[in-house]
Design a protein around this ligand. Structure first.
Ligand SMILES: [Zn+2]
Length: 70
C-alpha cells in the first residue's frame, strides 16, 4: 500500500498521496523540474561508449560478373 503522506521529490513538501494530482510531486511545476533535471542528466553522459561503426558499404565491392564482350 502507498503511504498516505509522501514528500515531493523536488521540494520535499509533504502532500497527500490520495489527492495529489501530480504525485509523487506536489505540483506540475515540481514534476517538470524533476523531469528536466533527469533529461539534463541523461544528456550530460558522454556518448563515447558507442562503438564507431565501420562503413560496410565501402568494403562491399562486388566483382563484376560476366563481360559485356562475351
Ligand atoms: Zn514540490
Amino acid at each position: 500500500m502507498s503511504p498516505a503522506r509522501v514528500k515531493c521529490p523536488t521540494c520535499r513538501r509533504e502532500l497527500d498521496w490520495q489527492t495529489a494530482p501530480f504525485r509523487p510531486f506536489c505540483s506540475e511545476r515540481c514534476r517538470l523540474i524533476d523531469l528536466g533535471a533527469w533529461l539534463t542528466e541523461q544528456r550530460a553522459i558522454p556518448d563515447d561508449a558507442a562503438p564507431m561503426q565501420e562503413d560496410a558499404a565501402a568494403a562491399d565491392e562486388k566483382p563484376l560478373k560476366g563481360s559485356p564482350d562475351a
